[in-house]
Design a binder for this molecule. Structure first.
Ligand SMILES: Nc1nc2c(ncn2[C@@H]2O[C@H](COP(=O)(O)OP(=O)(O)OP(=O)(O)O)[C@@H](O)[C@H]2O)c(=O)[nH]1
Ligand SMILES: [Mg+2]
Ligand SMILES: [Zn+2]
Length: 210
């Protein structure tokens, strides 16, 4: 979704101070997309600000997005260097009891010390993809680049002869799991994207209630 929106995704692994080997998780996150920047940090430490400096400065705005409790508001407080009265509330006080309750309930914009802006957001519960086919192409660039090399133009990359994607899996250049994830995301995206067609104009082929 970040790709589709034209923003630059950066994976921030918080709570690196609690991991024995943060590099392990960093490597896993880097494998998600070619050239994807991945930063491991302690959101409570001032070092976080310098680590995120390349994306924070005058004229730049970052939005922190992720599950509840990952430390978005903690990071905002470190980035802004806020005094206690303007600080974002963080999860500390309810750590013992209500699990899964969101501390932040509304979006808010904050000035970063040293320039730029940061948006704090409430934790995400579920994410569905819809109308993000270009974003998915970017995410799986190493696969989508192979598709034009398939023998058939409408290759589904599942069982066709002369499929460049399956050939790459067979040679070990591509991981089968990743190809499956690509196909699943594309299927979900197709399923959730309304299609406009027909002579009478806007005909929603698929309509779902949530
Ligand atoms: N050890 C450690 N604890 C952290 C770090 N970042 C956040 N925490 C703690 O994790 C808990 C949750 O942090 P929050 O900043 O409230 O999390 P959040 O992502 O804003 O959560 P929601 O507002 O519910 O979406 C708090 O107790 C923080 O002190 C970190 O880098 N290291
Ligand atoms: Mg929060
Ligand atoms: Zn193919």
């Amino acid at each position: 979704m970040a790709n589709q929106a034209g923003s630059n995704p950066v994976i921030v692994l918080t709570k690196a101070d609690t991991a024995e080997d943060a590099g392990l998780f960093q490597g896993q996150a880097e494998a998600l997309q070619r050239d994807l920047p991945v930063i491991a940090l302690n959101g409570r430490s001032a070092d976080a600000v310098s680590l995120l400096r390349p994306w924070c400065g005058i004229g730049q705005t970052v939005a922190l997005v992720g599950s509840s409790g990952v430390g978005k508001s903690t990071l905002v407080n470190t980035m802004t260097g806020s005094e206690s009265d303007t600080k974002q509330k963080t999860g500390t006080i309810r750590e013992y009891d209500a699990q899964g309750r969101h501390t932040t309930t509304a979006r808010s914009l904050h000035g970063i010390s040293g320039g730029g802006w940061v948006i704090d957001t409430p934790g995400i519960r579920t994410l569905y993809v819809s109308d993000v086919v270009d974003g998915i192409d970017t995410l799986f660039a190493e696969i989508t680049e192979l598709a034009p090399l398939c023998r058939f133009r409408d290759c589904t990359h599942a069982h066709e002869p002369g499929c460049a994607v399956q050939a790459a899996v067979a040679s070990g250049a591509l991981v089968a799991d990743r190809v499956e994830r690509w196909r699943n995301l594309l299927a979900e995206n197709r399923h959730r994207t309304p299609v406009v067609s027909g002579p009478r104009g806007n005909k929603i082929v698929r309509k779902k209630k949530f």
